[in-house]
Design a protein around this ligand. Structure first.
Ligand SMILES: [Fe+2]
Length: 228
C-alpha cells in the first residue's frame, strides 16, 4: 500500500477573539477617521495606515488591550511551531489599520521587513472579501504553472486541493485573527459589501534573549547601539 508523506507546510494560525464590543466600536471609529486622510492616490486599492502616517497603532492607548491579546496568541503560535516563547522576544514594529470600501482590495505583497505577520478583523461585514495566501513555488508543483487555472481548464489537473495548489483563500469572520510567516505572499479579495471592511495589520520582529552562543537570529535590542 503506497503512502504519501506531506512535508514543508505553510501553517496559518487562526482564532476568534472576544474583544469588548464598546472597545471595538471605539477602535473602528478611530480607524475610519484615520482613513479620511488620503496622502497618496489609491484607485481601487484599500487605504492602509502604514503609508498615511498611522503606522504605529501599538503605541495608541486605545489599542493597548487589543495588542495585549495579540501577545497571548503570538505565544500560542510559537508554541504550535514548537518554538520556546521564553527564549525569544517579540516586538511590534509597525501596525496599522486598513480600510476597504467600494470594491477596494489589497494587492499581493509580503511583509519583507518582518518575521511574523498578524491580521485582525475589526469590522468584517458579509461579502467583504477574504484573504488569499500564495506560493508560486509550492513544493509539489513539479512543472511551471502546473497548478494554475489554465491546467485545470485544459483538464490536465483534474481538481485543485490543498496538496496541489499555489493559493488558498480564507474567509475570516469579524473578530478573527490570523498569524503567519511575514514572507508569505498574500492579498485580499475586493470588498463587495456596502460597508467598509476594517482590519488591523501588524508586523512583528523576533530576537533571541540570549545570543551569546548563537550565530543565527537577531540579538536582542538591548545589545544594539546606534551607528549614526
Ligand atoms: Fe499584508
Amino acid at each position: 500500500m503506497a503512502d504519501i508523506v506531506n512535508a514543508f507546510p505553510l501553517s496559518i494560525y487562526r482564532d476568534t477573539l472576544a474583544i469588548d464590543p464598546q472597545l471595538k466600536a471605539g477602535m473602528v471609529a478611530i480607524a475610519l477617521e484615520m482613513g479620511q486622510v488620503r496622502r497618496r492616490p489609491s484607485k481601487g486599492r484599500s487605504w492602509t495606515g502604514d503609508v498615511h502616517g498611522y503606522g504605529f497603532l501599538h503605541q495608541y492607548h486605545r489599542f493597548a488591550e487589543l495588542f495585549a491579546v495579540f501577545s497571548e496568541h503570538l505565544r500560542q503560535y510559537l508554541d504550535f511551531l514548537k518554538i520556546d516563547p521564553d527564549k525569544l522576544r517579540l516586538y511590534y514594529t509597525r501596525s496599522w489599520a486598513t480600510v476597504s470600501q467600494g470594491q477596494e482590495r489589497i494587492a499581493p505583497h509580503r511583509h519583507r521587513l518582518s518575521h511574523i505577520s498578524l491580521v485582525y478583523y475589526l469590522k468584517k461585514p458579509a461579502n467583504s472579501g477574504g484573504i488569499r495566501f500564495m506560493d508560486g513555488d509550492a513544493p509539489n508543483q513539479f512543472a511551471p504553472a502546473l497548478f494554475g487555472e489554465e491546467m485545470l481548464k485544459q483538464g490536465i489537473v483534474k481538481e485543485l486541493g490543498l496538496l496541489n495548489t499555489t493559493s488558498i483563500t480564507l474567509q475570516p469572520k469579524e473578530d478573527d485573527v490570523c498569524i503567519f510567516p511575514a514572507l508569505t505572499k498574500h492579498a485580499t479579495e475586493p470588498n463587495l459589501s456596502d460597508e467598509p471592511r476594517v482590519s488591523i495589520a501588524v508586523d512583528i520582529v523576533t530576537t533571541v534573549r540570549d545570543s551569546d552562543v548563537l550565530e543565527l537570529m537577531l540579538p536582542d535590542l538591548d545589545r544594539w547601539a546606534p551607528a549614526s
